[in-house]
Write a protein that binds this ligand. Structure first.
Ligand code: PMP
Length: 377
């Protein structure tokens, strides 16, 4: 009985923390989502959905792709995504998390090395854990450290394939990877460069094709479809041999219900829209530049950041949550990010410059933050 009471107490405590973390309602202007182009509620997407419905595309897959779940919409999306992202082939999965898990649990083999940036996403770690390759991390965005990590592994007898795992835009830091240098390293080492483009797709690169577009090394890129693209899913793009291998061996692909054909069809519309409307990305970039100008004006910006994600690192967990609550009370929806999502002592407000905000709202947010800073000084 005592043990049960303790467990109940512990779960109650966890649940309260969880609720506070995850379930704060949407409230105020969207500086918190990953809806970077503002597509989720857009007239474009609603009209696209009606067009798809009019074509009588099923709303659910009804099974795994390898059974009856496969649909021509999935295959059409994969062909179009491969062409759009400049890859030989593509595979559509239910989400980016699932895709990262599939890539790293399946492709690197026993005797291979996965050298990964210290800040890659939890979903990549999920795949690492399930895979059989050797794992070594290198300091964030440090290409020289990555080179040394690979050299050390080889010196210790490592002889298999090397895989280098990075993201193009880091979700909590907002910084970009030095992809040109990683590209040269991967070529020199004959490594496969795996680039998670979750926060770059739709925002960076020509028509939102991401930052890995045009690299020379053997690249496998992951484009999540629930952020800039406004829908959901994950597109893995790369050499056909990798895609075929995922289809025949990746458990998160084989044993999961396929994403709805409706979703695939909607994403086809989104990719076509991006290709036809370069202004979408230009507008996002102008918005991001304006936000950084405002941040600099109020001395909130950290040097070297250029993306839509602008972290304001306050350090103290309580202060971050208090500021986030107060901002929400003033009409700005921002979320505090605390350890263990980020390193201890680096709790932060994560400003996301979404497609759902106006320049005036951006200016007002930074003015408000500057006032808080003044107060706290
Ligand atoms: N990779 C990164 C870098 C991410 O930030 C996320 C989402 N938070 C994912 C992968 C997972 O993608 P999804 O949300 O589509 O499952």
């Amino acid at each position: 009985m005592k043990a049960l009471a303790r467990l109940d107490d512990m779960l109650g405590h966890l649940e309260a923390r969880h609720r506070r973390r995850v379930v704060a309602p949407r409230q105020g202007v969207d500086f918190a989502s990953n809806d970077y182009l503002g597509l989720t509620g857009s007239a474009f997407l609603k009209e696209a959905a009606l067009r798809v419905l009019a074509r009588d595309v099923p709303l659910g897959a009804g099974g795994s792709r390898l059974l009856r779940g496969n649909h021509p919409e999935h295959e059409a999306l994969e062909a179009e995504a491969a062409a759009f992202f400049g890859a030989q082939a593509a595979l559509f999965m239910g989400g980016g998390f699932q895709a990262n898990q599939a890539i790293f649990s399946t492709l690197p083999a026993a005797g291979d090395l996965v050298a990964y940036d210290a800040l890659v996403h939890a979903s990549a770690h999920e795949g690492f854990r399930l895979g059989r390759a050797d794992l070594r991390s290198f300091a964030h965005n440090d290409v020289e450290a990555a080179r040394q990590t690979i050299a050390d592994w080889r010196a210790s007898g490592g002889a298999g394939q090397v895989w280098i795992a990075v993201e193009s835009v880091y979700s909590m830091e907002g910084d970009l990877a030095p992809l040109a240098a990683f590209d040269r390293l991967a070529q020199a080492e004959e490594a496969v460069l795996v680039v998670d483009e979750a926060h770059a797709t739709g925002v960076f690169g020509p028509s939102g094709r991401g930052l890995a577009h045009g690299l020379q090394a053997e690249v496998l890129s992951l484009h999540t479809c629930g952020k800039g693209l406004g829908v959901s899913g994950g597109l893995v793009c790369g050499a056909k041999v990798f895609i075929d291998s995922l289809v025949s061996r990746a458990r998160p692909f084989i044993f999961a219900t396929a994403p709805a054909p409706f979703t695939a069809a909607l994403l086809r519309e989104v990719l076509a829209h991006l290709a036809a409307t370069p202004a979408l990305v230009a507008q996002a970039q102008a918005r991001i530049a304006f936000a950084h100008d405002q941040a600099r004006l109020h001395r909130i910006d950290r040097a070297g950041l250029h993306s839509q994600i602008i972290p304001v690192i306050l350090g103290g967990d309580a202060q971050v949550m208090a500021w986030a609550d107060r901002l929400r009370g003033q009409g700005f929806d921002l979320r505090g990010i605390r350890p263990p999502t980020v390193a201890r002592g680096t709790a932060r407000l994560r400003i996301s410059v979404t497609g759902n905000v106006t320049p005036a709202e951006i200016a007002a947010l930074f003015e408000t933050l500057a006032a808080y800073q003044k107060e706290a000084a």
